[in-house]
Write a protein that binds this ligand. Sequence first.
Ligand code: HEC
Length: 206
Amino acid sequence: MYRPLSIKPLPTLFGLAGGLVLILGILATASIAEKKGDRVYTFNDEDELLQPLYWDIPSNWREWVYVGTPLTPNELNNGKASFPEFHSVYIHPDHFKVWKRTGAFPDGTIMVKEMTSVGSKQAVSGSGYFMGEYLGLEATIKDSKRFKDEPGFWAYFSWTREGKPRAKTTKAEPAGKCNICHQSFAKDDWVFTQYYPVLRAAKPGR
Ligand code: HEC
């Protein structure tokens, strides 16, 4: 009896090819992870921190865990706040998980602070401060290997240039410019958790 050619080998072939692609993908990711250790961020050869959008595995901080928005409007700061005006702060989800479990920031923690102007002071909901344009982008990293000489192992970065978040890469700021204030006034391990309700609510034992 005539039997049509089985078409089974075709899906099997696709299955094999798919498997191969998967294995290659895993190997590639593993080799990046190996190169970076357990660090999520990327530095270039000049020791400059890349904006997360330009990392080996690009990452958008607006998809991280949002922790709070301190606001220092210019009009309450003699017309020019030192950090303009809304500060939206995010933590990488890997490090938020550890914070939730232990109440501590693990080695390799990165947080980003994105600054936005006050755009309008009037809305249908009433008078207030409403977000305008992006003005700046900063980050802090805790890394006991790369920043073993920094107080608390924290280093501070700013991608802000001429009032815009435009630098793709940036060097660590001098400790005297950023670190000292954090060291003296932040509640938990150089981080201003006293202004981040999300981190306070997630801290174990509360
Ligand atoms: C006068 C004190 C002071 C100095 C100096 C300072 N900061 Fe901060 N920083 C704060 C405060 C207060 C907060 C939390 C509330 C806010 O954003 O206003 C904060 C929050 C941050 C955060 C969010 C994560 C965290 O640690 O809470 C980053 C990132 C940051 N600052 C970066 C910098 C950088 C970069 C510099 C140096 C250019 C700097 N800071 C200098 C007071 C300071």
